[in-house]
Design a protein around this ligand. Structure first.
Ligand code: FAD
Length: 589
């Protein structure tokens, strides 16, 4: 089944769950109007549905092919990428000075969901280009910016992000790729990187690699890494493509999913060293890479949302058609499986988790926009903390949701889900990478607990929890029976979040905190996701004549009564489960 971009739902979540409407009303986006945003999202939805989605199956079956050092992308991939850049989608949120449209990051993120729903292996390429644009804009010299940003922004060239080496995965500081000073502000890079997404391909004339490497006199560990721009083709003084640089793809990986995305082993310096240009300062590369990674982590969250949305659409369509057994209250004939409560539960779980992941991810993007655009310094700093707090939650929760929901999608299809021809299996295979790359979800949880909770002495997280509580109170105050126990269940989830947070704040770096980091992140997402879905439902109920209100209230209620209730158990895992993790080696012997 093909994908139909849920443009109305996306726009509604953006405006009413994620706080975009409030940001517009606050003047954060100047004279940008809701109509313009709606038009952009509608066009993106059309492009994703009509041009990108049809590539999904061919990308999976034909995949990217490596031959003689070159990578051919799947049939139709190159043409679609060109049409996509021509339509201006790569430049949507990029700075106007380099040819970008300067639209809000939140709108770009909503579009990213659609590109990734349509074909996740396609959607990941621009994610890396956009991240490279961010890193260069924030840390690149004027010269590098002038030479590379216009073509990265237009999409004429793509970017890569190169951290991983065989011995340096989560532990980036263990990397060994060497960079030697070569005079004239250039460096010579030698070494090998693995698992590099779109490290080589045939869609663009040049590829701009952003590579972490170590200078000969650098301190050990992550304080001794520097970031370099290493183009596939060096540039002539007039900006045209010059000689081939000494960086090559050695091979591509055969992998579980996203077959359309080439995952390359890259070799630097087979012929004396690849020419690289420093971004930022020597030995400060990790800070620059973090700019890139924050952007990419949020984008990967949208991969999770995108694949979950697509799997949900497909499962719903199948469940309406497939007939088995007889549902209670039906007198004759077989019932569509959607009528069986257990299937209904799966479908509602899919929709509710997807909605919660979407709302959290979009809210993160609005915080990013506020952090960049607010004119008030204090507001900018508060928004920066909010974005920092939510980014690991968005990345880990949304990508876990992508995996869980696409797995449920296979389950709803029964045996047909396990057979490749339905496409449900591809979503499941594709989704599985997102909890791993851009920092595994375990690393995200550790980041949340050890670095994000202690921000401002815990005030950033406490302020957020207080906001969530206001939503639970508003649901109770609405006194609408359609919400059922939503207000009470959300309040319980928020209580659990608050207690677990205070417990962690007393010992954020301890083994006990590390053992509970992943369940804590889930608990955080259950409380936040539930509140944001309720926020959206309240907004729909307030809008006169909003026909989607009953559906939004029902979804918020399902989440609160069937998913958020896990929060109390998660709290217990965080605050009481650590001993049985850290003192149970015997069980692993
Ligand atoms: C398809 C694909 C595309 C990729 N694209 C890119 C790319 O474009 N650029 C790039 O640089 N990399 C890329 N990667 C690499 C990816 O980012 C890494 O695989 C990922 O960061 C995990 O590193 P690792 O595989 O070495 O696993 P490891 O670091 O060995 O982790 C294994 C397990 O141990 C856990 N773990 C590790 N250290 C800790 C710790 N300190 N505390 C707690 N738990 C820990 C992890 O959470 C994980 O569960 C890609 C990988 C794949 C498969």
């Amino acid at each position: 089944m093909s994908y139909r971009a849920p443009v109305f739902d996306i726009a509604f979540a953006l405006k009413h769950a994620a706080g975009f409407k409030q940001a517009l009303d606050d003047g954060l986006y100047g004279d940008l109007s809701e109509d313009v945003i709606d038009a952009v999202l509608t066009e993106a939805g059309k492009f994703a549905t009509e041009v990108v989605a049809p590539l999904n199956v061919v990308g999976d079956r034909a995949g990217a092919v490596f031959k003689d050092g070159a990578v051919a992308t799947a049939p139709g991939w190159k043409e679609a990428y060109h049409a996509w850049t021509q339509a201006g989608w790569n430049a949507l949120a990029a700075p106007g000075v380099w040819g970008g449209q300067g639209l809000p990051q939140a709108v770009n993120v909503a579009c990213l969901e659609m590109w990734n729903s349509a074909a996740m292996a396609f959607g990941i390429a621009p994610v890396l280009t956009m991240a490279a644009i961010d890193a260069l804009t924030a840390h690149g010299s004027d010269e590098l910016q002038r030479a590379y940003l216009p073509k990265l922004v237009s999409g004429e060239w793509t970017g890569t992000m190169q951290l991983t080496e065989p011995q340096a995965g989560s532990d980036v500081g263990a990397l060994r790729t060497r960079a030697e000073r070569a005079g004239g502000g250039t460096y010579r890079l030698t070494g090998q990187k693995i698992f590099i997404t779109y490290g080589e391909h045939d869609m663009t004339g040049n590829i701009v690699h952003l590579v972490l490497a170590r200078l000969p006199d650098a301190p050990a560990g992550s304080r001794g890494v520097s970031l370099f721009l290493v183009p596939k083709f060096l540039l002539n003084p007039d900006g045209s493509l010059g000689p081939r640089n000494d960086v090559r793809a050695h091979s591509i990986e055969h992998k579980l999913g996203i077959h359309g995305s080439p995952t390359c082993t890259m070799v630097f310096g087979d012929r004396g060293g690849a020419t690289g240009f420093l971004i930022g300062e020597e030995n400060r590369g990790l800070a620059c890479m973090f700019t890139m990674m924050n952007q990419a982590r949020l984008a990967v969250a949208l991969q999770g949302v995108g694949i979950a949305e697509r799997a949900t659409q497909q499962a719903l369509a199948y469940a309406r058609e497939r007939k088995q057994g007889r549902a209670a209250g039906t007198r004759e004939g077989m019932s569509p499986i959607i009528d069986h409560p257990d299937v209904k539960r799966m479908l509602l779980t899919m929709r509710a988790l997807t909605g919660a992941a979407r709302a959290i991810s979009y809210a993160t993007a609005v915080a990013v926009d506020r952090a960049h655009r607010s004119t008030d310094e204090a507001a900018r700093m508060a928004a920066n903390e909010r974005a920092s707090l939510l980014t690991p939650v968005a990345k880990a929760f949304a990508t876990d949701v992508g995996s869980e929901v696409s797995s449920l999608g296979v389950q709803v299809h029964g045996g047909m889900g396990y057979i490749e021809e339905t496409g449900a299996a591809q979503h499941f295979r594709d989704a599985r990478i997102a909890p791993i790359y851009e920092g595994t979800n375990g690393i995200q949880a550790i980041d949340l607990v050890t670095r994000k909770l202690p921000m401002s002495g815990g005030n950033a997280v406490r302020t957020y929890i207080a906001e969530l509580r206001r939503t639970a109170d508003a649901v109770k105050a609405a006194n609408d029976p359609a919400f059922g126990a939503t207000g009470a269940r959300l309040a319980e989830a928020i209580d659990s979040l608050e207690r677990a947070t205070e417990w962690l704040l007393k010992q954020p770096q301890s083994d006990a905190a590390l053992a509970g980091a992943t369940p804590y992140l889930r608990l955080f997402a259950h409380a936040a996701g539930g509140a944001l879905l309720a926020e959206q439902a309240l907004a729909a109920a307030r809008l006169a004549g909003e026909s989607s209100a009953p559906a939004r209230i029902a979804l918020a209620r399902f989440f609160a009564e069937n998913i958020a209730v896990a929060a109390t158990g998660l709290e217990r895992i965080v605050t009481e489960g650590a001993t049985s993790v850290n003192a149970s080696e015997a069980a692993l012997a």
